[in-house]
Each structure stands twice: as structure tokens, then as C-alpha cells.
Design a binder for this molecule. Sequence first.
Ligand code: ZN
Length: 444
Amino acid sequence: MVDFAQYKINMNKVKIPNKVKYSDYEKNKDLKNYYGLPKQVVFCINCSYSNQKPNSEKEYKHNINTAKPTMDFVDDVCSACRMHKIKKEIDWEERKKELHDLCNKYRKNNGEYDCIVPGSGGKDSFYASYILKNEFKMNPLTVTWSPHIYTDWGFKNFQSWIHSGFDNYLFTPNGKVHRLLTRLAIDNLFHPFQPFIMGQMYFPPKFAYKMNIPLVFYGENPSEYGNKSNNKHTAEKDLSYFTSDINRLDSFISGVQVKDLISNFKLSEVDLEPYFPPDRNLLNNKISIDVRYLGYYLQWHPQECYYYAMEKGNFKPAPERTTGTYSKYSSIDDKIDDFHYYTTFIKFGIGRATYDSSQEIRNDEITREEAKLLIKKFDGEYPERFKNEIFKYLSIDRNDFPIQSPIFEKPIFDEEYFKLLTDKFRSPHIWKRENNNWVLRNSI
Ligand SMILES: [Zn+2]
């Protein structure tokens, strides 16, 4: 358990955050480390990650008292860099053969789909579906969990993906429920993306089960970059992350226990249905769903996926630089993305430019020195461009939410509220005050 009791949420009311005490951030004090993060900040000597980078976790158990599992460091080298080294030794021709064998096992020639490719129509999902269909002669059905608010260019890319030759199911969750859960997730966890992540993660295997399609293909395995068992490069997705073996009512969504979402926030079980992980036994027993990472079989290179998607699928980069980083082509379809990376910067000191540059260093696209400059320039940039739309989205106004609105001490989400919330989630071991400003204690 993390010493974070002062922030325990009062379930009967969502309160306005208190102003933080600057004295908690003063030097020579026993500085608190929130979320169970390592007290000592260490940077990887090879890339730009620090040891504060969180790993994926079981979201249906995630609440404010959950200690965050963080990236594993050995001799000041992060697990992503160690994994990258391991991958250089892989015989990719051999892996390709393994993929042919797997496809041969599942391929159908009777007019039915034989695999599901989840995605948004970004470069990675485009690459995955295209190569499975054209090179491996599979019959993929693509499925999409809708973004909160599409960017214009994101929606166009999504359309281009379908029009380049794929059937697609788009699932869009109930807009009101999704807004409420997103608001609760930012209030409780400072993680506006959490309900989205849950839906996006659980939808494809549940849908595969319903449609009787036994194979699901994801692209790269993000968790392989953080796992402690760093010499394992695996093809199968770890069941424990996207299925559950606990009672629905005891699980958490947006940091709130489901029973409280039902009793306090007056949501029904069916309102929450898209956010529940599939039952572990169901997926194991009735029909077994095989969930795989294509990144195990094919050498994954984000920039090459981008060129591939542009050439074969009319994919277009965003017309403007993405807030918080220097790139224009990865994860560009949701207007709330800028907020997501801003919150990771506040909680862990790791913003979007750190994520992007770390990967590009490993792929020999930029040097660590260049990364330092890019991080200094862009990391943690305030999410200015879509803020009015997002604040409106996060507001639980009386008109749209007559029942839930009174539960919020401040239902209308505005800049002042966001600032209070931001400060509440700054861990003293990461942040300090300098000349009336917030400054990171440690930077690369
Ligand atoms: Zn590294």
C-alpha cells in the first residue's frame, strides 16, 4: 500500500482538490514518493527513460492505493533497451515461418473471418491488417474502439484504412457514461485515458468470442518492454491482463469500485458492460481465443509502419506537430491524447517526447544527445490546443447529468480546477518549487 491516504476519495462526493502545501516539496525533508514509485530517480544510460516509467497493470483492480509496477532496471539499463538487444539476435526468418504455421492452423476458406485485428487505423494497425491479408492470405476482420473525440485527421485515416480494403466493426461506448467515467478517472487517478484503455483492451477478445473467431492479432507487445522476465520474448498475450477472475462488483473502473458506481453514481451494470474484462474461464473453456502479438513474428519498426501505411493505405500524418512532442504521425486520432501525456509527465516526470525519443534512440534514428534537447523543448507541454473542448467533455453539467452532477462539488471542469488537480498529483520526490514555478528535480 502506498502512503497516499490523504487523497482517499470520499465516495459520497467528488471534492474540489485542496491546494497542495509547498512545504511538502521543500528540500531536506523526507520527500514522499506517490504511487509506490522508486524514491531515487535513475535514467537509463542508453535511452531517455527513467525508472519511474510505469508498466501496464491490471486496470480492473487499479485504484489510488495501488502501487504502480515500474520498469525494471539492471545496471542502469532499462528493460526496453535490454529487450531491444535481445531482439537483435532473433532469427526473423525463423519467426516468419512460425507465423506461416500459425496462420495455416487458423486460416479459413469457407467465407468466414479467421482473425481479428484490433486498431484505430493508425500506422501500426494498418500494417498488421495489410500484411496478414496480403502476405499471409488471412481473412481479417478489423475492430475499433472509438476515440473520445476524433481529430479530423484521425477520422480520415480511420476511413482510409477501411477503404484500403477491410471490413470493420466500430464500437462506440455510450457517450454519457464514457464522459462520466473519464471525468472520474482524471479526478481519482489523474488518468483520463483509463476507461478508454479498459474498453479498448477488453472489447476485441469479447467480440472474438461472440463472433466465434478464435484468433486475435495485436501489433507490438508493449508490456514486453517492462517485464522483469526480460529475456522472454513472447507471442501470447498474458491472459491475466485482459481477463478477470474476480466478481464484477468488486472490480474497479476509473478508480471507483463498481458497487459504488452503481449505488452512488446510479450507473447500471449494463452501462458498465463495455468496461468489464471477459471472464477468464469463459475464454479458456468454451471456445479458446488465441491472442497473439505480431511483433513476436515480424520485426516491428514504427517508422517503417508509417511509410507502409502512407504508401499502401493513403495514411496521412497530422497537419501539425503533436503537443508535448516533435512527431506528427503516431497516436494522432484522439483529442484527449495531449491530456493523457501531460498527466504522465506530472505523475512520473515522463512526457510524450520522452516516450517518442526513447524508442527512436533504440532504433538509431536519433542520438541520446538529440533526445535530451527534444525533451527539454517539448516534454510536458501544456495541452492547450483542444483544452476548451476537453474541459467541456469533462464537465458533468446538470443538463446532461441531472443525477450525477450534484455528486461533484465542482461539476464544471475548468482551467482552475485542472490546475488544482494537477498539483495534487505531483509527487514530492519528482517535483520542487523554484522561483514560484514547478520544476522537475531530476531531468535527463
Ligand atoms: Zn533504455
